[in-house]
Design a binder for this molecule. Structure first.
Ligand code: SAM
Length: 479
């Protein structure tokens, strides 16, 4: 298995690897970082990701520690194409090349580059437009801010992936994988793959790349370690299968996930690899419109059964309608599945925060939220102070820190401001801010996950002749 940023992300973001730009809790943009951009020859800022918070040349992201706050850079994404940037990032100073390369670009090549640029700009503009609701160019130019640079995880990927279908969200797949007993070494079958949200979570669950993971697989369960886990994924929509294949490859998950373009209801679950490998799966997840049609391929007696004959098999189907559930359960019963159970996950996010408390008595004008710490209170105060800088430049504060509107800021006023900060710090130091304000719980009004009914079932391990002999020896029949 090649390295994947989902498992080995290292301390910094790497070129040609997936990174997530975190704009807000609910706004994340995935980007494979490229140090070269064919669309932007002559400059070496690499590709540029445009967001409502500004433009982020990949050169400012590559080599940057995960979790860093990265400031937007000035990049012209206007109709003439990007011109390179004179950003303030740590590598910004050496961005612009000597321009010689530019002159060498022939007319034909230039025209092609411009075409591609236009296409790229439209895409960038789409992102910007979607987010801001203002015109594309204005959005890119007006916005400037920062993002946080995050390494990918299945959860973050689910929150940021390009949707080609409905997807399984984290609250559902975490429960499903737990019930399927997916662990390092598990061989898991999944159909249909759709947008690959579940696929990524399943890949992480079965990954047994580290020695400690292998240990968990064998020692804690008492079962023999199955070696490397694997996800066999199936999708019958050609474009979706192709796109997901590309993504899995970009994410370094090629060896861990084998995606097959296949109608599983019709053709079953043997993957397309040649020579056909025989799968010995012990977990199955079906996110299909008619899972009951696929179940006939998941019996132990099937000539090309993909099931591990030495373990019990755990299955989950994911269906939005109760009628689908009924048909699935009928078929499961007929085929000898046991412990059939239906579950619905109703995940609701609950915001927990403290009620606003007045801190005016301490001189914290404009800082009403209950801060978590003295540092936070001071940071907020500085923000408030910063916002009113313009106003303060036209006014001054008297000795008590009161504003005298209309007169220019004096050195004395600056001292007074410093003093005021000191006073506030002293006043806050003795207070237990974590105790202040009533704790509020606010559930979000709607369920945001795509909820479905989850049907779980177990196919017991096959009773073999050796089992019968062992049983006879251990518990001889009393005559
Ligand atoms: N679980 C996916 C995820 O988390 O991103 C979403 C799956 S999507 C709701 C269902 C997928 O099943 C679709 O992409 C569809 O093309 C595929 N599908 C439907 N019937 C299928 C079949 N018989 N064989 C293979 N794939 C099928």
């Amino acid at each position: 298995i090649q390295t994947s940023p989902f498992f080995q992300c290292g301390p910094t973001a790497e070129a040609d690897s997936l990174a997530i730009l975190h704009l807000r809790r609910d706004l994340l943009i995935p980007a494979v970082l490229r140090s070269q951009d064919d669309l932007n020859e002559g400059y070496d800022e690499g590709k540029v990701t445009n967001t409502r918070f500004g433009s982020f040349p990949h050169s400012t992201l590559i080599g940057t520690p995960w979790g860093s706050q990265v400031r937007a850079s000035a990049v012209d994404t206007g109709s003439r194409g990007r011109k390179g940037w004179e950003g303030k990032g740590k590598k910004g100073q050496k961005r612009k090349r000597d321009g010689q390369g530019q002159e060498e670009i022939g007319a034909e090549k230039k025209a092609k580059t411009e075409d591609l640029n236009r296409e790229e700009n439209n895409r960038s503009a789409e992102i910007a437009e979607q987010d801001t609701g203002v015109g594309p160019k204005a959005a890119v130019e007006a916005a400037s801010g920062f993002v946080h640079l995050l390494p990918p995880t299945p959860e973050i990927w689910t929150a940021s992936l390009p949707h080609r279908t409905q997807v399984v969200y984290t609250p559902d797949y975490s429960y499903i994988l737990h019930r399927l007993r997916a662990r390092p070494g598990t061989v898991l079958i999944e159909a249909g793959a759709g947008s690959g949200s579940f696929t990524h979570a399943a890949a992480r669950a079965v990954y047994s790349g580290t020695p400690s993971a292998e240990k968990v697989g064998s020692e804690s369960t008492g079962l023999p370690s199955k070696g490397h886990g694997k996800v066999y994924s199936f999708e019958f929509h050609e474009q979706r299968a192709q796109k997901l294949k590309e993504e899995l490859s970009e994410h370094g998950l090629d060896g861990l996930v084998e995606l097959t373009y296949r109608d599983v209801c019709q053709d079953g679950f043997l993957p397309s690899s040649t020579p056909p490998s025989s799968i010995t799966a012990n977990a199955i997840f079906l996110d299909l419109p008619a899972p009951w049609l696929a179940l006939k391929h998941l019996t132990r007696s099937h000539p090309s059964s993909p099931l591990d004959s030495t373990t019990s098999i755990h299955l989950c189907t994911f269906s939005p309608c109760i009628e689908q559930v009924q048909r699935t359960i009928n078929t499961l019963r007929q085929l000898g599945w046991l412990e059939i159970e239906m579950v619905e996950i109703a995940a609701k996010r609950i915001e927990v925060r403290r009620e606003r408390v007045g801190l005016q008595e301490e001189g914290l004008r404009g800082v009403n939220d209950s801060p978590a710490s003295v540092d936070e209170a001071l940071t907020r105060l500085r923000e408030v102070e910063g916002r009113s800088k313009v106003f303060h430049e036209e006014s001054a504060l008297d000795e008590k820190g009161e504003e005298i509107t209309g007169s220019p800021a004096t050195g004395e006023a600056q001292v007074s401001k410093q003093q005021r900060l000191e006073n506030i710090k002293n006043a806050l130091e003795g207070r237990k801010l974590y105790k202040e304000g009533r704790l509020l719980h606010k559930p979000e009004p709607e369920l945001k996950t795509h909820t479905s009914y989850l049907v779980f079932a177990i196919l017991p391990r096959e009773w073999a002749e050796e089992d019968e002999i062992t049983a006879q020896q251990q518990w001889p029949a009393k005559v």
